[in-house]
Design a protein around this ligand. Sequence first.
Ligand SMILES: *Cc1c(COP(=O)(O)O)cnc(C)c1O
Length: 418
Amino acid sequence: MNGSGSRKTSGTTKTIVTLSKTTSAPIKNSLAGKLLKAIRSVLPDAGRTYALHEPEFSGKEKEFLHRCVETTMVSSVGPHVERLERALEQYTRAKHAVAVANGTAALHIALKLAGVQPGDEVLVPTLTFAATANAVAYCGAVPHFVDSEESTLGVDAGRLMEHLQAQTENRNGRCINRKTQKVIRALLPVHTFGHPVNLDGMLKIAHDFNLVLVEDAAESLGSLYQGHHTGTFGLLGTLSFNGNKIITTGGGGAILTHQDELARKARHLTTTAKIPHPWEYRHDEIGYNYRMPNLNAALGCAQLEKIESFLERKRKLTGRYREALAGMDEVRLVEEPGGSRSNYWLQTLILAPAEEGCLPEILKQLHSAGILARPAWTPLHQSRPFASCPRMELAVAESLSRRILNLPSSPGLTGDTP
Ligand SMILES: *Cc1c(COP(=O)(O)O)cnc(C)c1O
């Protein structure tokens, strides 16, 4: 069914209700139509396409990029990299920020510095972007998938605690998976769509089971948990500045840590582990070419200057969606968890369990109307590379993945001047 047809059906609800006695399809159409109408009231321009998340360059981006070209400092040397790192430290209150090529590289190095070794297991939510688990695999380790909770969309602390109590034992201060006999080395929660995970719960689990806590804060720049920036609670945290994230450097990421020695090692490993010297090439281990180029950092410096404006307008957009969806019992708009401030990177709708069958039709109708909403990721334990990984019971993540709908979330959608 195309977009204009669906809008017509939404206006003739009575006929549909009558039809629904014989088939369930018209009921689904009616929810899709109702949602389309509600979302259209927030995104009214029928002639345009609304992407999920678009970057906005309304600050000093051109000026800073121009300076890179003028000075020829476009690559791994240049003042913007350090400037971005100091600005990130100031903004997040992490003692150190190390800028890198992308968020996946940040995760890879953070896990290495957390001591993750080949053969280890790392606790990872199954409901996340593939990069979280890929980075574990890059270390030769295996993701051990954990379930999510409805409220934060992040790792369910209570149920993970029960799982670890039942399935692991402490051997010489190490957490051993009884079934696989492998060391579970680290816990890698994600602040899903920008909503802070239950960090108190994560810290307690890390403490009780001798796990290193690393936070995947790729989506949560600007999100606070009890007043402190996400990504600064674990031993290490990681950010992403990909094109669809809340600020972008084109491609880029950062490692956050309070520890001097870890920051030094992160810088060393991401610059091919070269021993600093004016002319000699000497490397003391196998390193990586993971540093962020100056060109990308220049974009990041300009973007970070605008973050308060992005946050403010995204919060306003949430309010508009909330108003438009008020009174619809079939869906819930995700709100920031208590005690947290979310950056509202993505505006997330969750269908009631009874309505999950409607998601494909809703996506179809929104897309034909130019509203490029997206579902959540396919849970990673259901994807081929990770199908045989260890896991706990994952019913909530599986259910959420069938019910989540992310709506266009760009800060520019409020129409306010940046
Ligand atoms: C974007 C993202 C990453 C990876 O970041 P890139 O910069 O794209 O490599 C990792 N984890 C999560 C949860 C993400 O959303």
